[in-house]
Design a protein. Structure first.
Lengths: 266, 613
């Protein structure tokens, strides 16, 4: 193929989604956030809902998410994104509201908010990025840190007796009647990225169809605080995270799940 | 070879600056430690964008480390740097405003490329002209290519080679300032020697090549001599405020015969306190990383009820979350210490930047009449003493104590003479001894402190909590009882004044202007006041470490001066508090809300204006 063919717009197969801003992302090289941001941008663009999508960003590394997607955003207090999103969603029932939260934010300081928002079946999407560590504050133990994993606050590895067990919050969320779609994904290979995109699209469709809360966990890497190369971090994730945080759908009401969601009476 | 240009200096500030991944914090720390070991007094200021790594080559990703050292007492990291090491154009851009006019700029000329100019968003191809740095003494050094050249015979991948660049810069700077390399060599050996001897060899080689480069290029590089400072004899180490805080609490636990408990949640810039204590299981520390800020303080209250020296550490937003539980500790009259390493607010604010804006929240930010003791550390190393004293006050007076530090103190460092335990005052917890006389809210008539009984002590079974209670610990809605207890709780805090020293004045006890400050601004305050005094002005300093209660001679000190100015990194919170607590004076104000410490220069300028007014 000649250069002229390659740059011919008709042959374009891949480009930056229009929703992604020109801002350079601040994430560490190798971080999963950038890929997930891109998937969100693609899904929102594909579905044509840019004008009615509202994001709520957390405190943590993704606090700056609002710099990168051209939609309305609100940053919440640490852990409280689901409560802020509840306020937005209830007063704007025809908008598509989502939160974007890390594991420290969602599964530790914000446990009460996420459980109750999901239990109430608030009409929203939750994107839950789980990398098993606090990234922004420099690598402390998170609720999702695996047993034996070394962090800044577990210098000898996480010990169940001292630090408790890693929390599979997504399994708890799937038990709640307010959730319609609960899934666990990853973005470490082209195939899993495509699958994750489908899951995010399905979650957003559920919000458009007013099916209550959809919850997409993305098992991710934090190579910087895990102190690994990005490639090694992906391998480590597959070897160590996946046996505990098993990828796949946990609940899908579109498949007539008996636990399926009952719509809110507006 | 020409003779080296040797310049003798009283003090000098150096700023190491590069990409977040260039290892500038380590380079700065190693140089600071070397200078401290050489016998200089030092003060450091790490200035970094956030804990995560921004894109290479951008101004947002620049990480800096400033150290000032000298042959006399050094109280600040320096307003402006005399020497800047810029590893790329972005570093030059980010730091141009912090350069002493006519200072020396050493830069990696290899990285000054068109591509990197664009990344740093320069408009032209002459960054020095664009930043108006033409009159500065510029030393271009091909750091990247010399590092590569230095390591060409070692079997190292390109990335590992480039990671040695900082050692070249460090070696060069060590030559320029006549620093011996032995400490740095030992550090490299200890860090890499066993695990990856090749990396150790590479770092050592580049360090020496950088040093030798300076020696060989004497005609181009000036050499500075900064003599050691006359410092009291003893064992010294370099320490930052967060580590000093952790150690002060450890010392208090040892001195009081109690075990230390810390229940905290990660939050910038306070996390290091939790981390430092998580590493000291060997000293009996029970560290607990809680699921949130509220659980952090509530576990602390539980541990205090159970007889531990109990501590929680946090920063502004976390302190806000702890408010209700702090009220519980006021009501239950339990001895807890809350460390608030203040940062820019409100809300998430400026997590990595310093500020003093939590003062009013600390004094008043709870429901009900809810008094507690507030102390503030003023230098990185005295965080040790104020953490120790906060614990002493809490344990001896059965009262929650808040220790205010800030991001500047927490991350900044200075040499500290390690005290022996015998130098520290005793701590006598008010453990209950006589079950016949024990009631949970029986009080010492002098101090109004109640006795501390711990579950498991026979004959001392009792209940306490957040409801208003009578002396026996029973719930009481009696109007008179609530009125009296409210007064007692306030008076108990007021009586802590007997434990604290009188306010000292630096300089003459009377004069034209009294400069008043509190907490982490001390270094810049004292430097500016000394500068005024040297210029013959009748200016003195009164710096507060005890905020509530205030030292008993405060009004007397104030009355000897024609004018009083209160300087703080907020919009006037301490000034408001003084207007209320020490009325009858006119308080001028100097305030700054930029996420940065004061500069000596701006303080002096403001003081001169006030003197003339």
């Amino acid at each position: 193929m000649e250069l002229a063919d390659i740059i011919n717009p008709n042959n374009l197969v891949y480009e930056k989604p229009k929703l992604l801003t020109e801002n350079t992302m601040h994430y560490c090289p190798g971080c999963s956030h950038g890929v997930i941001h891109r998937l969100l941008a693609e899904v929102i663009e594909d579905m044509g809902i840019q004008d009615k999508t509202i994001g709520v960003s957390p405190v943590g590394c993704a606090v700056f998410a609002y710099n990168y997607l051209e939609i309305d955003w609100q940053e919440a207090a640490h852990g409280r994104a689901p409560a802020v999103a509840t306020g937005i969603s209830r007063t704007n029932p025809n908008k598509v509201v989502f939160t974007y939260q890390g594991d420290g934010d969602l599964a530790s300081i914000g446990t009460a908010e996420i459980m109750h928002a999901c239990n109430r079946g608030e009409n929203m999407v939750v994107i839950f990025v789980n990398n098993g560590i606090y990234g922004m504050t420099g690598g402390q133990m998170a609720p999702t840190t695996l047993l034996g994993q070394v962090t800044a606050t577990t210098p000898n590895g996480r010990d169940a007796g001292r630090n408790g067990y890693p929390l599979r919050i997504t399994e708890l969320i799937a038990q709640l009647p307010g959730t319609s779609y609960v899934t666990r994904q990853s973005v470490h290979t082209p195939a899993t990225i495509r699958k994750c995109k489908k899951a995010i699209a399905k979650a957003f469709q559920a919000a458009i169809d007013k099916k209550g809360t959809s919850f997409v966990e993305v098992v991710s890497t934090c190579n910087m605080n895990w102190k690994m190369t990005p490639v090694k971090a992906n391998e480590w994730m597959v070897e160590n995270m996946f046996p505990f945080y098993v990828p796949g759908d946990l609940k899908d009401s579109s498949k007539n799940d008996p636990e399926s969601y009952t719509p809110l009476k507006n | 070879m020409k003779d080296a240009k040797v310049i003798e200096l009283e003090e000098v500030a150096i700023r190491f600056s590069g990409d977040s991944g260039d290892g500038m914090q380590l380079t700065g720390t190693l140089f600071s430690d070397t200078s401290a070991l050489f016998g200089n007094d030092i003060s450091t200021f790490p200035d970094y964008p956030s804990e995560i790594r921004a894109p290479q080559g951008t101004v947002g990703g620049v990480s800096g480390f400033q150290v000032q050292f000298g042959k006399k007492k050094i109280t600040t990291p320096g307003d402006l740097a005399h020497v800047l090491i810029a590893m790329n154009p972005a570093a030059l851009k980010a730091n141009a405003a912090f350069m002493n006019p006519g200072g020396t700029i050493i830069f990696d000329v290899d990285s000054f490329s068109e591509k990197n100019f664009a990344k740093a968003q320069f408009q032209t191809l002459d960054p020095f002209a664009e930043l108006k740095l033409d009159d500065y003494f510029k030393i271009p050094v091909p750091i990247t290519s010399l590092t590569k050249e230095s390591l060409k015979d070692l079997e190292l991948d390109n990335k590992s080679v480039l990671r040695c660049k900082n050692m070249f810069a460090l070696g060069l700077i060590c030559w320029m300032f006549e620093r011996p390399l032995d400490y740095i060599e030992r550090f490299i050996q200890n860090k890499f020697g066993k695990k990856s001897p090749l990396i150790a060899e590479a770092n050592l080689k580049v360090l020496h090549d950088g040093y030798n480069y300076g020696m060989n290029m004497q005609h181009a590089t000036p050499r500075f001599i900064v003599h050691p400072a006359p410092i009291e004899k003893g064992i010294y180490r370099n320490i930052n405020g967060n580590l000093a805080t952790a150690w002060g609490l450890l010392a208090a636990a040892e001195k009081s015969g109690l075990n230390l408990f810390i229940g905290s949640y990660p939050i910038t810039p306070a996390t290091d306190v939790l981390q430092a204590l998580a590493e000291r299981k060997d000293l009996g520390v029970k560290s607990f990383q809680a699921e949130d800020e509220i659980a952090g303080i509530c576990t602390t209250i539980g541990a205090a009820f159970a007889g531990h020296l109990a501590v929680t550490s946090t920063s502004g937003p976390g302190f806000a979350l702890k408010a209700e539980a702090l009220g519980l500790s006021v009501m239950a009259e339990l001895p807890i210490v809350v460390v608030n390493v203040q940062r820019g607010g409100p809300s998430t604010g400026l997590p990595t930047k310093t500020e003093q804006s939590d003062l009013l929240q600390t004094l008043y930010g709870r429901n009900g009449e809810s008094p507690l003791v507030v102390v503030a550390a003023s230098t990185p190393s005295d965080c040790f003493y104020y953490a120790f004293l906060a614990a002493k006050i809490a344990l001896e007076r059965m009262v929650p104590v808040v220790l205010l530090t800030d991001g500047f103190l927490g991350n900044g460092s200075e040499p500290w003479r390690v005290p022996s335990m015998s130098e520290l005052p005793s701590i006598t917890p008010r453990k209950a001894t006589n079950p016949e006389l024990f009631k949970p809210y029986n009080r010492d008539p002098e101090t109004l402190a109640r006795e501390w009984a711990v579950p498991g002590m026979e004959g001392f079974e009792h209940r306490i909590g957040g409801l208003e209670k009578n002396a026996a610990g029973g719930v009481s809605h009696d109007p008179e009882n609530h009125h009296i207890n409210t007064q007692i709780r306030a008076e108990k805090v007021a009586k802590v004044v007997d434990m604290i020293p009188e306010l000292e004045v630096v300089g003459e006890a009377e004069g034209d202007l009294l400069v008043v400050g509190w907490g982490g601004t001390y270094g810049h305050m004292i430097s500016s006041v000394r500068a005024m005094q040297n210029a013959g002005k009748k200016v003195s300093l009164a710096h507060f470490n005890y905020i509530k209660p205030l030292p008993k001679n405060t009004a007397e000190v104030f009355s000897k001066f024609k004018k009083i100015v209160v300087c703080e990194l907020n919009l006037g919170q301490f000034a408001s508090y003084l207007r209320d607590s020490v009325p009858g004076f006119h308080y001028y104000q100097v305030n700054k809300m930029k996420g940065l410490p004061f500069s000596v220069h701006e303080l002096v300028e403001n003081f001169e204006k006030i003197l003339e007014a």
